[in-house]
Design a binder for this molecule. Structure first.
Ligand code: ATP
Ligand code: MG
Length: 266
């Protein structure tokens, strides 16, 4: 069965070139489109309305999510945290006979999501068998650098008073990498950019911050077993990123303990 995404909201019904669909999550559809000039790329995130929800409730929830996301992004750009800038939004889903829902237009980040970078790296490590000491050291050094970069960005986010709520390697991008380079060991230079603030909230509680880190740690463990042992370098990058970071790291120990107990009980 081929999937037909819901119709685009105006003005995207007649932009040229037409937006191209990149991903469709349970909640949102992501398109690549352009902004002001045809050669300025932009990312369009649409939250389609959900026909099975009561229309008034649906509208309120959709509006709340998209506004929350936009507010966090605007605040973070202002604070100098590496996230896409907000270009435009329609939080009401104003469009007539609209089932396109509400949308958010953002700066386009040219690069790859960290999940893909690690998938390529793991494939490279697997097929290159036993790497020699020097080569292995070079590979591991790259990974450590990326991990520290991730920690630094998450620390900047927390310093700004925002909790991401869904830190996974799909919600972190590495700017400047091209999808073309398929073989060999992937590059890991470039700025880490945080995306997807659909579940973000404003908080400075160390419990919330620690849980944010714990979610990321678990995500690494389950999606990138080979990279997991480098997670300590995320924490190393996080450590120096704001004044209270060491308190959050201490709290992370408690969160881990609770997580372990919970999984023992089942
Ligand atoms: N600003 C951007 N620039 C380039 N690509 C982007 C941008 N934002 C998102 N993407 C791409 O689209 C994918 C999905 O985006 P995002 O994570 O925001 O949506 P989602 O996971 O479906 O949303 P949600 O979890 O809020 O329902 C990302 O993994 C990334 O590959
Ligand atoms: Mg996402």
């Amino acid at each position: 069965m081929t999937y037909t995404p819901p119709p685009l909201p105006p003005p995207y019904t007649n932009t040229s070139p037409p937006p191209t669909l990149l991903t469709q999550g349970a909640e949102a559809h992501l398109y690549k489109t352009s902004y002001l000039t045809p050669t300025t790329p932009a990312a369009l995130k649409i939250r389609p309305s959900k026909p099975y929800r009561h229309p008034i409730l649906d509208k309120r929830l959709t509006r709340q999510r998209i506004l929350q996301e936009a507010r966090c992004l605007v605040k973070l750009v202002r604070e100098g945290v590496s996230v896409p800038a907000v270009l435009a939004l329609d939080y009401e889903g104003q469009s007539e006979n609209n089932n396109g829902g509400a949308w958010l237009l953002m700066e386009w980040i040219e690069g790859l999501v960290v999940r893909v970078v690690f998938e390529r790296w793991e494939a490279f490590m697997k097929c290159s068998g036993e790497l020699g000491g020097k080569e292995l050291e070079r590979e591991e050094k790259k990974v450590r650098g990326l991990m520290r970069g991730i920690g630094g960005v998450v620390g900047g986010l927390h310093r700004a008073g925002v909790i991401h709520g869904d830190l996974t390697t799909s919600n972190l991008m590495l700017r400047g990498l091209s999808s073309g380079e398929g073989e060999g060991s992937p590059g890991m230079e470039g700025d880490v950019v945080l995306i997807d603030f659909g579940l973000a909230s404003q908080s400075i509680s160390e419990e919330d911050r620690a849980v944010d880190l714990y979610v990321l740690e678990r995500a690494f463990g389950s999606t990138h077993p080979r990279a997991e042992k480098f997670f300590e370098h995320v924490l190393e990058g996080y450590q120096g990123s704001y004044k209270g970071a060491h308190i959050t790291l201490k709290r992370l120990q408690d969160v881990r303990m609770r997580g372990r107990k919970r999984s023992m009980i089942g």
